[in-house]
Design a protein around this ligand. Structure first.
Ligand code: SF4
Length: 144
């Protein structure tokens, strides 16, 4: 019998976000009524602890959901928990709006396996970025 192995794992760190983009599903009335929160670090420990049994050697770990992962108050601690399971993960992919560059720098410093950081610009110019995001950060992100 073939063993069941996990090749892709998504961890939603939070559904809070420091932006309110015009197209974000979080703006829908039904989403506004849902309670928001941050993932419990003990749950992350349980998930990553199970990877030695169920992880595939090519496993990609995605940190994303309808929120900004870097806003988690224990972001660094969670990254350190993930680091302990590094040998069972081939790559970490983080989706972010890029507002907390320091958190992104710390992530790269802590993790030794490949990390892909995908920053949502959602526009090709500063004025459109501002119209969509309601904040000015385009020029800083463009320089990265
Ligand atoms: S950055 Fe992403 S999660 Fe945050 S408001 Fe914009 S679309 Fe929604």
């Amino acid at each position: 019998m073939n063993e069941l192995k996990v090749k892709t794992l998504y961890i939603g760190m939070t559904d809070f976000c420091n932006l309110s983009c015009i197209m974000c599903p979080q703006r829908a009335e039904r989403m506004k009524k849902k309670p928001k929160g941050f993932i419990d670090i003990d749950l992350v420990k349980k998930i990553t602890g199970s990877l030695k049994m169920i992880g595939d050697e090519e496993l990609h770990l995605f940190l994303m959901w309808l929120g900004e992962s870097t806003m988690h108050p224990q972001f660094d601690e969670i990254i350190k928990v993930i680091k302990e399971a590094e040998k069972h993960i081939s790559k970490i992919v983080l989706y972010t709006n890029g507002f907390d560059l320091d958190a992104l720098k710390r992530l790269i410093q802590i993790i030794e396996i490949p990390v892909q950081i995908i920053i949502s610009l959602d526009s090709a110019s500063a004025p459109i970025y501002y119209r969509i995001k309601g904040m000015n950060n385009y020029e800083m992100l463009e320089k990265m």
